[in-house]
Design a protein around this ligand. Sequence first.
Ligand SMILES: NC(=O)c1ccc[n+]([C@@H]2O[C@H](COP(=O)([O-])OP(=O)(O)OC[C@H]3O[C@@H](n4cnc5c(N)ncnc54)[C@H](OP(=O)(O)O)[C@@H]3O)[C@@H](O)[C@H]2O)c1
Length: 275
Amino acid sequence: MKLETKKILILGGSGFIGNAIYKELCNYFDTYGTYCHAANSFSSNKQFVHYNLEEDDIVEVLEAVKPQVIVSALRGNFAALVIAHNHIVEYITKEDCKIYFISSANVFDTYSKYPSYEMDKTLSESVYGRLKIKIENMLLRLPKDKMAILRVPMVFGNSSPRIKEMKKAIIENAPIEVFPNLILNVTNDDKLTQQIHYLINRNKTGIYHLGSNDLTHHEDFIKEVLERVGNFNAIIKRVYTTNEDRYLAVLPKTNKLPKNLQFTFQDIIDHHVLN
Ligand SMILES: NC(=O)c1ccc[n+]([C@@H]2O[C@H](COP(=O)([O-])OP(=O)(O)OC[C@H]3O[C@@H](n4cnc5c(N)ncnc54)[C@H](OP(=O)(O)O)[C@@H]3O)[C@@H](O)[C@H]2O)c1
């Protein structure tokens, strides 16, 4: 028997982050997930529902599952994502339900001289960052106890697409891009899912910055990770986007997590292993 009966639906449950969250929560809660193209792995799992945001109405999925908690970890067509979240907001307004939205440090990706905190005004130059801001603003109109915005920096980890790409580049003798003037904080799938587990378990809502509590240069970080994964001869390509240091970092100030859930960028580096 599950320890808790809370029903959770992870939109994008077949993805890198969504599936890591599913695995973290499924032994504690009645957890469901959606998949879209990854039918091979998920169509036979009765906890998983097919959902294509370009064809299906999210409300039908919500009415079938009736979750108390929705975790949104989707990628897809930007206009369709906005419409889907609009419908989710309408559903949440009426029902006993709250949403945890995986946002991104990119909501602050305008040239920035400082790291960003929860209450800072969002400002983005990228289409991706602006999409996240648009959905965040929709959620901010919900009652405060019905939504959490989780701003996440780059996610690493042995099974992450970022690390897989780096390993592929090494094998193919292709260059690995680094951004020498970029200062950021980082996370991995394990740390992120533990933090999200805590937030859901404690019914926490509001805005959270879920990254390491210290900062690193992108170039230094990538080089150290490359040493961990066992390659000292990777081809590094330096991409200069600005001449001055630029921050893409989401640090906590208002909504800090307990000490045991905080970590440093070195913890993230140390977690990478040779395989
Ligand atoms: N990875 C990072 O470093 C990072 C950092 C900050 C924020 N985020 C955010 O975290 C979220 C998840 O990212 P991720 O890296 O886990 O991405 P991902 O591995 O590409 O997963 C995306 C998920 O969306 C689903 N999806 C794709 N197209 C769809 C469609 N047309 N209809 C319905 N579902 C669709 C995928 O399902 P199928 O695979 O079954 O098609 C998958 O479950 C995103 O919102 C991203 O912006 C990621």
